[in-house]
Design a protein. Structure first.
Lengths: 345, 348
């Protein structure tokens, strides 16, 4: 999957200096810069419409923190989703798994075990359901789209059964306080997101696990021939996504001080969209955690901007949908032009 | 090679995961408090005496929402209070088409009366007509059939009235505080539903009589997490708020969470629907939640009582008419600290 054409050994002095804007290896950097440009543009739009708010530095900082807080749960899910998509798969069940893990960890029985019991349950349910996804896809040879779609329906059903279709309020002081704690003015949930994203970055870029993920997503057959246990790795990827859902379930339970079967509606769409906007190739083999995280922040900023400008929800959904289509279109065009370039040379 | 080792390891890992799930599955039990809104037999009521045996067929959507759950629980519980009622519930399935399919089989079983909360009144109107033509009276619950021939009796809540009640409560309270141009926020429910639009229209109209308008309106999804998200957005948009109406007490749990985490309590909060938790909070009077306007699922209990009377060809004892009326619209009541104790029984 490498596209670099720079000769390195023969004539080091004559190595053509590829500019930052042309170098294919720098593509993620350029993309992230462009995304940050989009963030700045969103900020300017807000400042033009509500100058009295954006003129107040205290409000601006506070608002940024609120955006990060609101992006935190979906951000954690997106880290898992980025791994899945880079590995050539898709996970449509993330929202449902959050609801299931959230409901399971807020039952009266689980809450009686205290905060640790709640966290353990949420994570165990997430990983367990993720493993089921993984086993079905890797060993049962189900298409990821179908397997996780089935899990989406089943997990929401189970969540509704467990909760008796009621909203389950969390009475655990520690869990509830996570969302309202702000060390150094930074929301605890945002710090958790940063920690998870950092771990995800290390896992993707500095470990064999990460390299295998990229290899499998790039070409599963080649990865298998190279000696990678593709099935086991695929299974682990879905378990990883499930783990992220478990963590996100705790975060969302803390934010809403409750959980219910209908919670985390359409999180799968938001997570997939954020990953794509961040440059993760839907066909697998390529993507960055940093890009995905900026994608998440862009989505949260748009939501925030719509609230601040008092724009109706339907407009928000239309814009979100439009952005997703645009991001995929740009991705395809780029991919095509890279291919054409390779054919020409 | 190490392959056998690996598979043994993964087997162990798998077993550990299964064990964890098994342990966790022990954690699914929920105490289900007996929290239904029913009315037991009143001995002074001539209708209380057991009469002709009536079989009531019942169908309501199985949504993941407290209100709908309360509807089904209430219907069941109310039916259980009558010795002369056989309650036959059919699952409503996922959507209007699925509900229509199961209702077809219900007609074939020929119950005496059918109580129906349709997925969509317009889409199931044809079923109402068919059941009525087959000689089975239909009690249409909440989501109305457009065609008057499709039901024998219709009992529903008043969404527009709910908005009006909330608007009047907020209007009066702010007038009393002498606030000339108040900042009023609204956190609506699912925006694509007609009922949400009606509630918002009523709210707007009532506020207009005081010369007030809504400064910012956010639409949540009737869930606590969406309520939290939309309330947070609202608080960012408005630096100082005088009053907020939140359409639904279930999503209100999230609204309260957002208020706590962003430390915004300067305003007057009015809820909607009338959940038990909200009524308790109003009675306690230690939060900005000062009132809630009802849209009570107790209507399901009343629908069963009406169905029984229709099945036995009796009227409502207090009224002069010998038969049950054709239409009953519940008034949206405003629950405040003063009357919270009376309404606690109706909280769901």
């Amino acid at each position: 999957m490498t596209t670099t054409t720079t000769p390195q050994t023969q004539q080091p002095a004559a190595t053509p200096r590829v500019s930052f804007w042309r170098d294919e290896a720098k593509e993620p950097w350029r993309r992230n810069l462009a995304l940050i440009g989009v963030l700045i543009l969103l900020f300017i739009i807000g400042a033009v419409i509500r100058p009295e708010l954006y003129g107040d530095p205290k409000w601006v900082f506070d608002n940024m923190m609120v955006i990060l807080q609101q992006a935190s749960a979906i951000g954690v899910v997106t880290v898992g989703m980025t791994f899945i998509i880079i590995g050539g798969g898709i996970d449509l069940s993330v929202g449902a798994l959050i609801a299931l893990a959230g409901v399971w960890c807020t039952t009266v029985a689980t809450q009686s075990f205290g905060s640790a019991g709640m966290i353990f349950t949420a994570v165990a349910v997430g990983v367990g359901a993720g493993l089921v996804n993984g086993v079905l896809i890797a060993y049962g040879r189900l298409v990821p789209f179908i397997a996780t779609l089935a899990m989406l329906v089943a997990a929401r059903g189970l969540a509704a059964r467990i909760s008796g279709k009621q909203t389950q309020v969390s009475t655990d002081q520690f869990i509830n306080s996570i969302a309202s704690t702000r060390p150094f003015g930074i929301p605890m949930l945002a710090l958790i997101l940063v920690a998870v994203a950092a771990l995800g970055w290390v896992l993707l870029n500095r470990t064999t696990f990460g390299r295998r993920t990229v290899a499998i997503g790039g070409n599963a057959e080649a990865a298998r021939l190279a000696g990678i246990n593709v099935r086991r790795h695929t299974m682990l990827l879905y378990a990883l996504s499930g783990l992220c859902c478990g963590i996100a379930a705790i975060m969302l339970t803390s934010l809403a001080t409750s959980s219910q079967a209908a919670a985390a509606e359409l999180y799968e769409l938001d997570a997939i969209a954020a990953a794509i906007i961040g440059g993760t190739l839907l066909t697998g083999g390529r993507g960055t955690i940093v890009g995905s995280m900026i994608g998440v922040v862009i989505f949260a900023t748009i939501t925030n901007l719509f609230a601040i400008t008092n724009t109706p929800t339907e407009a928000q959904n239309m814009v979100k949908g439009g952005i997703i289509v645009l991001a995929v279109l740009i991705q395809q065009l780029k991919f095509k032009s890279v291919k054409q370039m390779l054919i020409r040379t | 090679m190490s392959t056998p080792n690996l598979s043994r390891r993964s087997a162990l890992f798998g077993a550990a995961a299964l064990g964890t799930l098994a342990v966790a599955s022990a954690c699914t039990s929920n105490e289900t408090p007996n929290n239904t809104q029913t009315k037991g037999a009143d001995t002074n009521n001539p209708n209380a005496a057991a009469g002709k045996q009536v079989t009531i067929g019942f169908s309501a959507p199985a949504a993941d929402h407290g209100w709908i759950a309360a509807i089904t629980n209430n219907a069941k519980a109310q039916a259980a209070t009558y010795k002369d009622v056989t309650f036959k519930q059919v699952e409503a399935g996922k959507d209007a088409a699925a509900q229509r399919a199961v209702l077809e089989t219900l007609i074939a079983e020929k119950p005496d009366v059918i109580v129906l909360l349709p997925h969509d009144g317009k889409e199931l109107n044809a079923f109402g007509l068919k059941a009525m033509a087959a000689g089975i009276p239909v009690v249409n619950l909440d989501r109305a059939f457009p065609d008057a021939l499709a039901y024998r009796c219709q009992i529903k809540g008043d969404n527009y009235g709910m908005g009006v009640a909330a608007g009047h409560y907020i209007g009066k309270a702010l007038k009393a505080k002498n606030i000339a141009s108040p900042v009023i926020g609204e956190i609506a429910g699912m925006d694509e539903l007609e009922l949400t639009q009606e509630r918002s229209q009523g709210f707007k109209a009532a506020l207009a009589t005081y010369g007030f308008t809504v400064s910012n309106r956010r639409a949540a999804r009737f869930t606590a997490d969406s309520g939290q998200a939309e309330a947070t957005g609202l608080f960012q948009a408005l630096n100082k708020i005088d009053a907020v109406w939140n359409h639904d007490d279930d999503q209100g749990i999230g609204v309260l969470a957002a208020m706590n985490s962003s430390n915004r309590k300067e305003f007057l909060l009015v809820g909607g629907a009338g959940s038990k938790a909200a009524i308790e909070a109003i009675a306690k009077d230690d939060s900005p939640l000062k009132a809630t306007v009802t849209y009570s699922p107790s209507m399901a209990s009343s629908a069963i009582s009406l169905a029984r009377l229709i099945g036995q060809s009796k009227g409502m004892a207090d009224l002069v008419e010998l038969q049950v009326p054709k239409e009953i619209i519940l008034a949206s009541e405003t629950i405040t600290k003063e009357n919270a104790s009376t309404y606690l029984r109706l909280g769901f």
